[in-house]
Design a protein around this ligand. Sequence first.
Ligand code: AMP
Ligand code: ZN
Length: 664
Amino acid sequence: MNIEQQINLLREGLRKHNYNYYVLDNATISDYDFDIKLKELQQLEEAYPEFYDANSPTLRVGGEITKNFNTVKHDFRMYSLANSYSKEDLEDWETRIKKLVDGDVEYTCELKYDGASISLTYENGTLLRAVTRGDGYQGDEVTTNIKTINSIPLKLKGNYPPRFDIRGEIVLPFEGFNKMNEERIEAGEEPYRNPRNTASGSLKLQDSSEVAKRPLDCLLYHIVGERLPISTQFESLEKAREWGFKVPKIAKLAKNISEVFEFIEYWDIHRHNLPYETDGVVVKVNSLFQQEELGYTAKAPRWAIAYKFKAEQVSTVLNEITYQVGRTGAITPVANLEPIELAGTIVKRASLHNADQIEKLDIRVGDTVFVEKGGEIIPKIIGVNLVERPSNSTLTKYIKHCPECQTELVRQEGDAKHFCPNTDGCPPQIIGRIQHFISRKAMDIDGLGSETVALLVQNELIRNYADLYELSVDQILPLERMAEKSAENLIAGVNASKNIPFERVLFALGIRFVGETVAKKLAKHYKNIEGLANASEEELINVDEIGDVIAKSVIDFFASEEHIEIINRLKKNGVQLEISEEELASQTDRLVGNTFVVSGVFIKVSRNELKQLIEQNGGKVSSSISKKTSYVVAGDKMGPSKRTKAESLGVPIISEDDFLLMIS
Ligand code: AMP
Ligand code: ZN
């Protein structure tokens, strides 16, 4: 046997043992023998680097350092899930579905694992990359870290498709989590809060050998790709198991919502015995064809819904109410609680939302309050235990002045919150706006963190985001804990942000009510900042999906001379304030004013590409046929009820080729 064969044999063997141990939970050799073989392989690989393999089992131990995680665009968007809380919610969901698809509908029920979502891309049977969910469109590439998770196969078995993404959840099982915390406490360190955050934090550690030490696991549940050999969700779980993935056995095929509910009722009780955290059940339409027919809303698939288990509740004492000032000047009252354990984490603070909420529940310092944790990170106070109220307790008086700058607070008609109007002089607002500007979904400035922003503002080096572009290394070097390298990175990151496209710059400006989606719409419509700045309120309201609240906020923003000056400086410094030539060129308005419904399976382009083409050419995509529909683009296997509906409304049905002609 030559060296190469010897190396391959060891890799094969280790891979198999690894699979038996971590995926099947059924060890076939001792840990000791495993380590011996691993060491042997490591030595051979070191001596013969020509046989390097990016997916060798030796990479499980980590060692590679990632300084900056690359942002990668997902081939297929990672959506969120709609939530439901009762059997009625689920029945309503079923009713909606049945209006949109024909025939019987079956459901796959799975547990909703509470971890960090991940998308793994496999090409020709090997792991190509692992990307975090990020904003759903793009995430961070964390492949080296992911390779250290033993239950994730680096090479697949069986008859897998040439390329696909598989999605799931990185979790930290309770046992491993508790062990990590015991060690931390012994070492005098603060214990980790909860398994979910620890799992997601682990993915972004720079040193992969640190990740390797954490007992992370990966549970997979969703395969996506073009032309896959799968026709139902339940089948895809089985297929994924065959290819070597760890797919929980807990999954049920249900014929109707009653059967779904049996699964939910069972697991609501028995989930407490599972080795990892779950926070609900995910119900998915089983047929992938029906899934395609149902499609997606702006945020989530129509073909799936999460059922959230009832949150756990505890009671504890409210020690103090403090007030936080956000980047928009909004004041949020915060309850500081006697620390208490809730759903596996220690809770010390809870949001009180606003003055009305405090008044409505008559929450007072010294009260014993009921705290509940739902899906949110910050728990909520849902009531007061009046029996325990101290006799000397006094009504809570909401603050009248900003706790940060002492300006008198204002509260506008219709606003639930109080605001500090000192926009340009209130430190948390100044800092918050710049922090928003540099954040991932906005300008994504690498090398500049939230704390550094605060430091820069406190040292009076910057007052607004335009100042960032005029900073120099010499200015920031004297700052506390600022090394030469980090100073250079900061400046490089600022410079790199000049390539961020206009729509994200627009979001970064932090105009109230202009979120990501609205920013995209406005960028597309106005094409440059001048167009937007000069638009009247009326014009703005006429833009699709822009209401009067947004319009007014945009007008207010551009009415400020200070803002105009900041924007002029951004422009002078090379920040993108118009959409790029390329983007302009790829867009046409051939389909403006037309609404399309897409149904069936297509040959030349995928369904997603078809939808993109419609939007790029100025058309709108809608999911259900109505009088407003201009055309139905029908592929193979178009749903018969859609056809009847289109015919009865007189909506023209066109083929894929007809459509492609339309835009050519
Ligand atoms: P949410 O973050 O509340 O919108 O819930 C959506 C997330 O649930 C997805 O992004 C997944 O990461 C996660 N999830 C956990 N278990 C499942 C499952 N079995 N099927 C689909 N998504 C799941
Ligand atoms: Zn203030």
